[in-house]
Design a protein around this ligand. Structure first.
Ligand SMILES: [Zn+2]
Length: 483
């Protein structure tokens, strides 16, 4: 059986933002005691890494900043049995079993790929023994009481963390585009960064610096070097130039042999990454998978351009805007460079319609912006793409075909650059000015108001926005009932 898992991890931890606001009320003493321990990462043996936290002042608790599931508690093993790492609700906490204070603590961790929902992969192994490590996995704050307050850097974000990473013999570190032999120390903030440790030397191209798995299937390799430069070039023309040449990491898991094609990708500032796993990649990909590769790169390249103007903190709100538009950008741009992609794009649009209606129907009338509560993150992509395609149609009609969704984003990003808030209201006001008020109002209602008949609302909204008749006919014919 062919299975395809498409995961895209680009979200900020919303709960943490909420927690900080609460913690802010009772700052003073907690803030005084708050500290970000020094983080030291090193390999213990092949397949096992170790993290050590060194505290400037003894504390009773370390709390993790980014918590999505119980995988840390399941996988991290303290090197000293007096310690434990416990997961409950949205907290991962390290304490001593006797609840005493401590100044350092250390864990061994299997350095294998796992999928953590709505989060970057902690480790992405390469087939030559190299490893991509997500630094944000290690961000902790120290204190005495539950919900310790993190110190903040001068941008108001939590952190920074001082991280030292030591490569094993025969390997080097690639950090922020630099190849470094020997241990590297740096200050880390926000969502963190991906650090490569291994033997590979990055390949320099005009558009990016790439670390590509030596075992990457040939056809994927070809697609990568055909499409990604074109997307980066096109997005640079349509949106803005990137200030730095991005890094690209593509890894192929040597161990994980699930059936079918699976991949997880994402972006962090100035980085695009993709991890492939599963037996499907051993063979020539089927046509849909072959088209998925350029789609994936277009989607991630879009994030790179979006994120280069929006802070991580802002990017977390209303994901239908950035996830939906990244898919809409993919649907609009892959047709430019791949003449055979039309049918694939139409299938993605129909599937998005079906998924959007089905998922919303399960949300008891809640709208897209309440999807987190239902764990229905896919609606940000499915409904989000259609909503952004509605915005695209609206601006095309208003400009008599002169402008499209890229122009909306160019203006939106410029406004954010000039101090506007990255938020739904700002985005909709641009759509209202460049497209029409009716479409902006449909998007607002569809995103934020209770939904009694999502199918009918979506169809009529797309029609009023001026979406092409052929697409509407196709969507009208989609059976969105049942599974
Ligand atoms: Zn995305």
């Amino acid at each position: 059986m062919t299975t395809k898992t498409i995961i895209d991890s680009t979200h900020k931890g919303w709960w943490f933002i909420t927690t900080l606001v609460i913690a802010g009320v009772v700052l003073t003493e907690a803030a005084f005691a708050a500290q970000t321990p020094e983080i030291v990462l090193k390999q213990v043996q092949s397949g096992t890494w170790n993290v050590t936290y060194n505290l400037a002042h003894p504390a009773k608790r370390l709390e993790f900043v980014r918590v999505r599931d119980e995988s840390r508690a399941q996988r991290w093993r303290p090197t000293d049995e007096q310690f434990e790492l416990k997961h409950s609700a949205d907290l991962d906490v390290i304490t001593r079993k006797d609840e005493g204070s401590f100044s350092n603590v250390s864990f061994n961790i299997p350095a294998t790929y796992i999928h953590v929902r709505k989060e970057y992969a902690p480790f992405s192994p390469f087939s030559d023994g190299g490893l991509l490590i997500h630094s944000g996995r290690y961000h902790v704050c120290a204190g005495e009481e539950r919900r310790v307050a993190c110190p903040k850097d001068d941008t108001g974000d939590e952190g920074p963390w001082r991280i030292t990473i030591s490569p094993p013999t025969g390997a080097h570190v690639i950090l922020h585009g630099e190849v470094v032999n020997g241990p590297v120390t740096f200050f880390d903030t926000h969502d963190g960064t991906n650090i490569y440790v291994g033997p590979a030397i990055p390949l320099e191209t005009e558009h990016f610096l790439a670390v590509i798995d030596s075992d990457l299937p040939k056809n994927i390799h070809e697609k990568l070097f055909t499409y990604l430069p074109q997307f980066i070039e096109y997005f640079s023309q349509r949106l803005h130039k990137l200030s730095n040449r991005p890094m690209l990491f593509v890894s192929r898991d040597p161990e994980l042999r699930t059936s079918g094609y699976s991949s997880q990708g994402g972006t962090l500032p100035n980085q695009i990454f993709m991890h492939l796993y599963g037996e499907g990649w051993d063979k020539e990909p089927d046509p849909a998978t072959a088209h998925f590769i350029p789609w994936f790169f277009a989607h991630e390249a879009a994030h790179l351009f979006q994120k280069s103007r929006v802070s991580d903190a802002g990017f977390g709100s209303n994901p239908w805007i950035h996830e939906g538009s990244a898919d809409a950008f993919a649907s609009l741009s892959i047709k430019k460079f791949d003449p055979e992609a039309d049918e694939y794009v139409m299938t993605r649009v129909s599937n998005a319609f079906k998924d959007c209606v089905q998922e919303l129907s399960k949300m008891s009338g809640d709208p897209i912006n309440a999807a987190d509560k239902h764990g229905a993150f896919d609606v940000y992509y499915s409904c989000g793409m259609l909503m952004n395609l509605a915005a695209d149609s609206s601006v095309r009609r208003a400009s008599k075909g002169e402008k499209d969704l890229f122009d909306i984003w160019k203006v939106f990003l410029e406004e954010i650059d000039s101090g506007a808030v990255y938020a739904q209201a700002t985005y909709l006001s641009v759509i209202e000015r460049m497209g029409d008020a009716g479409t902006a109002e449909f998007l607002r209602k569809f995103a934020s108001d209770p939904q009694t008949d999502p199918r009918a609302t979506l169809l009529s909204g797309l029609k009023s926005a001026g979406v092409n008749e052929d697409i509407l006919d196709e969507l009208n014919a989609v059976d969105s009932a049942g599974e």
